[in-house]
Design a protein around this ligand. Structure first.
Ligand SMILES: Cc1ncc(COP(=O)(O)O)c(C=O)c1O
Length: 386
C-alpha cells in the first residue's frame, strides 16, 4: 500500500540535510554555547549561522531573532511579553477570531489580567474584516496580532492593507504576525510592512519539532516570560536547543532557496486536487479563499459525512489527512475557524484539510481522488442506513 502524507500543515517529515546537520552538531559541537572554551564556542558559532539563515529569510538582522521552543512559545512571548511590557500605555488589544489556539489562549490570559481584547470577525473565506479593524483601533490599542496564513483553510491575510491602516495611527500599536504556516514559503518583509514581531516554527518546513523563533524588531520592548540565565538577549532564558536551532537554520535556508519551484509545484497539485474533487464527487464544497489561498492548504467539506470517519477511511488506504488543524484536535467542539467563517454545522462536520509539501506528486493526488471516489459514496450509504 502506498503511503501518501497530506498532513504537512500539522507537521512535515524532516529532510535528510537537516538530519545530517543535527547529527553532526550533536556528535561534534556538543558544547554549551554559553561556555567560553572551544567546545562552547563551536556550538555558539553553529547557533550564529542558524540565526543568520533565519534572519535572511525575513531580511532582518540576526540580532533580532530570538530562538524559542516553537511557534507556540514564540506567539506566547510576543503577545504576553508585549502586552505586559506596555500595560501602562494602554489596555486594548486586537486579534482575529481565526487565529491559532496559541494566540487565542494568550489573549484569553490577558483578558483575565484586565486587558480588553477585540476579536475581529472573519468573512466566509476566512479573511479578517478590515473595516472592523479600522473601527476597533483606538489610542488605547497597544497590540494587533494577525496571522499570515490560516492553518485550517489557507487564507492569506492581506498584510499590506493592514499595514496601511496601522501606519496611519499615532501612537501606532505594535504589530505581531504569526507566520508559522507561511514562513520561508511566502515572502514576508517585516521592515517593509512595519511588523514588529513575527513567529515561526521549524517543523512546518521540514525541520525538527520543538524549535522556532520570534523576530523582535529592534527597539520593541518585551517582558521575558522565561527567567534564568539570560540567553537570547535576556528574552528567552534556558540553554539553547543547539541541534534543533541548527536544524531550523538548514530547513529555513533550503526552503527559502527552493521556494519558487515549491510554490509553483504545490499550487498545481492543490488546483488539481480541488478541481477533481469538486468535479467528480457530488456534494463537496471548498472552504477558504478562491484567490487569496496559500499554495499548500486545501479544506473541503464532504456533505453528509463526518470528517473524522472519512479521515480514518483514508488512513486505511495509506492516505494521511486531518480534520481542521492537528493542534486543535484536542479542543472540543469542532473547528473554531470554520465556525468563525459561519459555515453551517453540517459542512463543518464534514471538513477535511489536505496539506501539501513540495515532495508530493501528481500520482499521489490522483490516487487520493480515486480513493475518495470509492470511499465517499460508500460512507454516505452507511450514514443513510443509520
Ligand atoms: C498558525 C500556527 N501558529 C502556531 C502554531 C504552533 O506552532 P508549534 O507547533 O511550533 O508550537 C501552529 C501549529 O500548527 C500553527 O499552524
Amino acid at each position: 500500500m502506498p503511503e501518501i502524507y497530506l498532513d504537512n500543515s500539522a507537521t512535515t517529515r524532516v529532510r535528510p540535510e537537516v538530519v545530517a546537520a543535527m547529527v553532526r552538531v550533536m556528535e561534534e559541537d556538543y558544547g554549551n554555547p554559553s561556555s567560553v572554551h572551544r567546545r562552547g564556542q563551536a556550538a555558539e558559532q553553529a547557533v550564529k549561522a542558524a540565526r543568520r539563515a533565519v534572519a535572511e529569510v525575513l531580511a532582518v538582522s540576526p540580532e533580532e531573532i530570538v530562538f524559542t521552543s516553537g511557534g507556540t512559545e514564540a506567539n506566547n512571548l510576543a503577545i504576553l511579553g508585549l502586552a505586559r511590557a506596555r500595560a501602562r500605555q494602554g489596555r486594548h488589544l486586537i486579534t482575529t477570531a481565526a487565529e491559532h489556539h496559541s494566540v487565542l489562549e494568550a489573549f484569553h490570559r490577558l483578558e483575565n489580567e484586565g486587558f480588553q481584547v477585540t476579536y475581529l470577525p472573519v468573512d466566509r473565506e476566512g479573511l479578517p474584516d478590515l473595516h472592523a479593524l479600522a473601527e476597533a483601533l483606538s489610542p488605547e490599542t497597544i497590540l494587533v496580532s494577525t496571522m499570515h496564513v490560516n492553518n485550517e483553510v489557507g487564507a492569506v491575510t492581506p498584510l499590506e492593507e493592514i499595514a496601511q491602516l496601522l501606519n496611519q495611527r499615532k501612537p501606532r500599536p505594535a504589530w505581531h504576525v504569526d507566520a508559522v504556516q507561511g514562513f520561508a514559503r511566502l515572502p514576508l518583509l517585516p521592515y517593509r510592512l512595519g511588523i514588529d514581531l513575527v513567529s515561526l516554527s521549524a517543523h512546518k518546513i521540514r525541520g525538527p519539532k520543538g524549535v522556532g523563533a520570534l523576530f523582535v524588531r529592534r527597539g520593541t520592548r518585551l517582558q521575558p516570560q522565561l527567567l534564568g540565565g539570560g540567553q537570547e538577549a535576556g528574552l528567552r532564558s534556558g540553554t539553547e536547543n543547539v541541534p534543533g536551532i541548527v536544524g531550523l537554520g538548514v530547513a529555513a535556508r533550503l526552503a527559502w532557496e527552493e521556494r519558487a519551484e515549491a510554490v509553483a509545484h504545490m499550487s498545481k497539485l492543490k488546483a488539481r486536487l480541488r478541481d477533481r474533487i469538486l468535479a467528480e464527487i457530488p456534494d463537496t464544497v471548498a472552504n477558504g479563499p478562491k484567490e487569496r489561498g496559500a499554495p499548500h492548504i486545501l479544506n473541503i467539506s464532504f456533505g453528509g459525512l463526518r470528517g473524522e470517519v472519512l479521515l480514518h477511511a483514508l488512513e486505511e488506504r495509506g492516505i494521511y489527512v486531518s480534520t481542521g488543524s492537528a493542534c486543535s484536535s484536542h479542543h472540543a467542539p469542532g473547528s473554531h475557524v470554520l465556525a468563525a467563517m459561519r459555515l453551517p454545522p453540517a459542512l463543518r462536520d464534514g471538513a477535511i484539510r489536505f496539506s501539501l509539501a513540495p515532495t508530493n506528486t501528481e500520482e499521489e493526488i490522483d490516487y487520493t481522488v480515486e480513493c475518495l471516489k470509492e470511499i465517499v459514496p460508500e460512507l454516505r450509504a452507511v450514514m443513510r442506513r443509520r
